[in-house]
Design a protein around this ligand. Structure first.
Ligand code: SER
Length: 319
């Protein structure tokens, strides 16, 4: 039987991916873990363990005792938070990955998932339909750690046969958890402000296009990648995946169609230059060709779904 360990399960992606894994493989097959004990309450439907991925000994113990066969290693510091404390971001993002890769080798873990990001690209990367193999000169410590991490994943696959699979996620937009320190996270916050009838101050300019993806698509892409036959996985760094591309003005206009009184103002800060260094849209033909990836949600469909479901999910008292 497969036994899946999700590391960093309490984060934005982990919250939804863990649930999807349990729905698919059963509660006995999944252990959620996070360094924050406070997120335990999110996981009343499966086992939860407090785990700091930097503690290699504790990780090894858990993997050994629970006979873990697959790891989803999601713990990371995102782009905007990373710029405030670059060394800490590097230590966690790199140290955590290297620890997981070593343990995967040692304990013969059958499959590992690790997220990369559009942040591997940089100001000299072509912005439109950015190809899989486009030139990469990341300017954030987050992007540098993801680019180095991609090569470490490929290295462990080539050298030790660790079956590690990865996606370069665009900005992920979900309604089941608050955003966690990313440059794309304005597009999560904006929905909370809208449903609470508050004005929204956007930290990016109105015409800043970025690649984005609805969380349901991200979860599906992840599980589809992990279930694809080994022979289908031709890229062992990380796959480009595309969902949609929009600007703050476009998402605002879309929300305004549902909530005509909603107001936005723009006050760009240090995150603007991060966004300006990233692609506007992504070419994911390699993922389409190799393992059949296709996103289902566009901006209109995503916004309608979030605006319908968010208020009840967060118990917002909207009138
Ligand atoms: N969503 C991430 C961030 O903004 C990018 O992968 O940091």
């Amino acid at each position: 039987m497969e036994k899946i360990l999700v590391i960093g399960a309490g984060g934005q992606l982990g919250t939804e991916l863990t649930k999807a894994l349990v729905n698919r493989y059963g509660a006995d097959a999944v252990i959620a873990s996070d360094f924050q004990e406070s997120v335990r309450g999110k996981f009343d439907y499966c086992s939860f363990r407090t785990l700091n991925v930097m503690d290699k000994e504790a990780s090894a113990k858990l993997i050994h005792e629970e006979k873990i066969t697959q790891i989803y290693h999601l713990a990371a510091i995102l782009s905007a938070t990373g710029e405030k404390n670059p060394i800490q971001a590097w230590d966690l993002n790199m140290g955590g990955l290297l620890s997981v890769l070593e343990l995967a080798k040692e304990y013969k873990i059958s499959k590992v998932f690790w997220p990369s990001s559009i942040a591997v690209f940089g100001p000299d990367t072509p912005k439109e339909n950015t190809p899989q193999d486009a030139f990469k000169n990341p300017t954030t410590v987050y992007g540098i750690s993801k680019l180095a991490g991609e090569h470490w994943c490929e290295y462990y696959f080539n050298k030790y046969g660790v079956d590690i699979r990865s996606l370069r996620y665009p900005g992920l937009i979900g309604y089941k958890s608050m955003a966690g320190g990313g440059t794309t996270d304005y597009a999560v916050d904006i929905f909370h402000k809208a449903v609470n009838n508050e004005n929204f101050t956007c930290f990016l300019q109105e015409d800043t296009y970025l690649p984005m993806m609805y969380m349901e698509d991200a979860v599906n892409a992840t599980i589809e990648l992990m279930e694809a036959p080994t022979t289908a996985i031709k890229i062992r760094t990380s796959y480009n995946v595309s969902g949609m591309s929009f600007s703050p003005k476009e998402i605002y206009d879309c929300i305004k169609m549902h909530q005509p009184d909603f107001k936005i103002k723009y006050e760009p800060d240090f995150r603007q230059s991060i966004a300006d260094s990233w692609p506007k849209s992504i070419d994911d033909s390699a993922a389409q060709n190799d393992w059949g990836w296709k996103a289902k949600f566009d901006l209109t469909k995503m916004s309608a779904e979030i605006l319908t479901k968010l208020p009840a999910y967060f118990n917002y008292n909207t009138k």
